[in-house]
Design a protein around this ligand. Structure first.
Ligand code: HEM
Ligand code: SF4
Length: 556
């Protein structure tokens, strides 16, 4: 991972000092609320329903064990002893006191972390595949490109006040997309052209929220060294033409839709002509230098399927289930990628306590070169675990609640904080996640159901990605009461799609029945190999609608 040099440290220290002073001036009445707002947002600080909320940047989701321990300490000293993993791979604190935030930022800086640009109308944290760099299916490690984008976009003076927030995601897998690039303002996909040259496919104008949109491709192949000049051109066109008169129409997706992808792309190309040879253009030396930040750890020479693993696999059914769900193949023989699912029933998805953070840090040191990753599904990954250690690791994470073998299954729910914390919520979302998890508490059954994404948001801002859930749940307000609208058929994968609304919304108490009826339609109609989304696509929404709005009781 990238380590700070003196220059980085100095800039960040200045930032912390400035913010300390700003908080003081605000407390003394020298800065109005209005003046303070952009200043605190630039440092990731929101004021929420019950308390402030601080969003801490986790570049491309990578954290060292040292950083995890510091986060644990921060949650203990300044918060209620837990942190929350967000759908943008960041970490949020839900209960810090505003006056403590300068100290928190200082503590973060001590471990080379910050909260810059985690909020406000600027380019946010660049996200990527949580298996980046270890994934046997990827063309190449996407993280150096994320780092290039991070350094370019951090404190970029021209892009500090965009019409709206701006999110970039990078993927490098030809067949899979764990970074959901098509629902980002810009999606960057590493590709090779027919001559084998490295480059990028560029999507623009995707995004969730009020007007969900799958981003169109605006350039099929961009040569590697042109990455930044081209991104700069896109953001410039957006900065110039994006709407500033209406917050709800300010995202780049609205501009791309209004102009049409071709016209938008034409404007970008025109802008690019002016800047493509500028000093922002990458050089092979610069790219090579960024790649050195992501050198491989000191892997041992191992072989796949060591004896220890094979024995346990055949004798321990539960372990075997966990292996098949939460453990993925690694590009190095004898290693595996392990996802700790932060989805224990009864705990808000993505919430991790200080003690758990410390335990994960220990496990990362013991089994995975001292590094972890956060995922946009609100889970945590140990990316470099020797296969011979998998059984030990599994035993260590079971008491922590991180070994539920449900990765990618119905109970691996993405869920925003909703009405429990968020001032914008129409409804609570955490209790809905919990009641669905309780209803589908049988691991054998959910394994049999196979891959299903169920995502929940407490309002149309879509922090919980409900639009792209195979089953999406959205909190709505009906005359002051909390209701839930269900959509079906969403996907954030290669075949990205915004889900279709099923019909009138439901009371919270009905939500587990509703999901069960939807699942039953799938179970009764699926062919042997069909995933939920395939059956839905084949049948369309009607049979689901009929079942769910039928007056028959759920278990009839
Ligand atoms: C509790 C404080 C939060 C506030 C005030 C907040 C606010 C918002 C708002 C206003 C939007 C809509 C922006 C727009 O499209 O115009 C949004 C979208 C989003 N937020 Fe949050 N959010 C919060 C928490 C979270 C959390 C906890 C997560 C992750 C679990 C998250 C991740 C996202 C994501 C991924 C979007 C998607 C929008 C897109 O792709 O365009 N936010 N948030
Ligand atoms: S979706 Fe709405 S309720 Fe949920 S965190 Fe985002 S803004 Fe808050």
């Amino acid at each position: 991972m990238y380590l700070y040099d003196d220059y980085d440290r100095r800039i960040q220290q200045d930032r912390v000092n400035q913010f300390r002073e700003q908080v003081q001036r605000w407390r003394n009445g020298e800065l109005s609320e209005e003046e303070m707002l952009p200043l605190r947002l630039q440092n990731g600080l929101y004021i929420q329903r019950l308390a402030p909320m601080l969003r801490i940047a986790v570049p491309y989701g990578t954290l060292s064990s040292r950083q995890l321990r510091q986060l644990a300490r921060i949650t203990r000293d300044y918060d209620k002893g837990y942190a929350h993993v967000t759908t943008r791979q960041n970490i949020q604190l839900n209960w810090p006191a505003v006056d403590d935030v300068p100290d928190i930022l200082q503590d973060l800086l001590d471990v080379e972390m910050h909260a810059n640009q985690t909020s406000g109308n600027c380019i946010r944290n660049t996200t990527t595949d949580e298996f980046a760099g270890v994934n046997p299916d990827e063309l190449e490690d996407p993280r150096p490109y994320c780092e290039i984008i991070r350094q370019w976009s951090t404190f970029h003076p021209e892009f500090a006040y965009l019409p709206r927030k701006f999110k970039i995601a990078v993927n490098a897998c030809p067949d899979l997309d764990r970074a959901a690039v098509q629902v980002h303002d810009i999606g960057v996909e590493l590709v090779r052209n027919e001559n084998g040259e490295r480059g990028f496919r560029i999507y623009a104008g995707g995004g969730l929220g009020r007007t969900p949109m799958v981003g169109p491709i605006i350039r099929d192949f961009l040569p590697e060294l042109d990455l930044l000049t081209y991104l700069e051109s896109i953001v410039r066109v957006y900065n110039r033409y994006g709407r500033r008169d209406n917050k709800f129409k300010a995202r780049i997706k609205i501009l791309v839709k209004a102009l049409g992808a071709e016209v938008f792309a034409g404007k970008v190309e025109q802008e690019w002509e002016a800047v493509r040879e500028s000093r922002t253009r990458l050089t092979p030396e610069a790219v090579a230098r960024y790649k050195t930040y992501f050198r491989e750890p000191a892997y041992e020479q191992l072989t796949d399927g060591p004896g220890e693993l094979s024995d346990k696999r055949t004798t321990d059914n539960e372990f075997s289930k966990w292996l098949s769900r939460n453990v993925q193949p690694h590009k190095k023989p004898g290693y595996a990628i392990v996802t700790l699912t932060v989805k224990k029933t009864g705990v808000p998805p993505g919430d991790i306590t200080d003690k758990q953070l410390e335990r994960i840090a220990d496990l990362a040191d013991q089994y995975s070169f001292g590094e972890v990753r956060t995922t946009h599904h609100q889970n945590v990954v140990l990316a470099d675990v020797p296969q011979r250690d998998l059984y030990d690791l599994w035993q260590a994470i079971r008491p922590l609640g991180f070994a539920t073998a449900n990765l990618g299954l119905l109970t691996d729910i993405i869920c925003c904080p909703g009405g429990d914390y968020c001032a914008l919520a129409n409804a609570k979302s955490i209790p809905v996640a919990e009641m669905i998890q309780r209803r589908f508490d049988n691991l054998d059954y959910i394994h049999d159901l196979g891959e299903i994404e169920l995502n929940i948001s407490g309002c149309m801002n879509a922090c919980g990605h409900h639009h792209v859930g195979n089953i999406g749940v959205l909190g709505v307000d009906k005359k002051g009461l909390e209701f839930y609208q269900v959509s079906l058929g969403g996907s954030s994968q290669r075949d990205a799609e915004v889900g279709k609304i099923l019909g009138p919304s439901f009371a919270r108490d009905d939500m587990d029945d509703v999901v069960e009826k939807i699942i039953n339609v799938y179970v009764e109609n699926r062919t042997e190999e069909e995933r939920f989304i395939d059956t839905y696509r084949r049948l369309g929404i009607e049979p689901f609608k009929q079942r769910v709005y039928d007056k028959e009781p759920a278990h009839a």
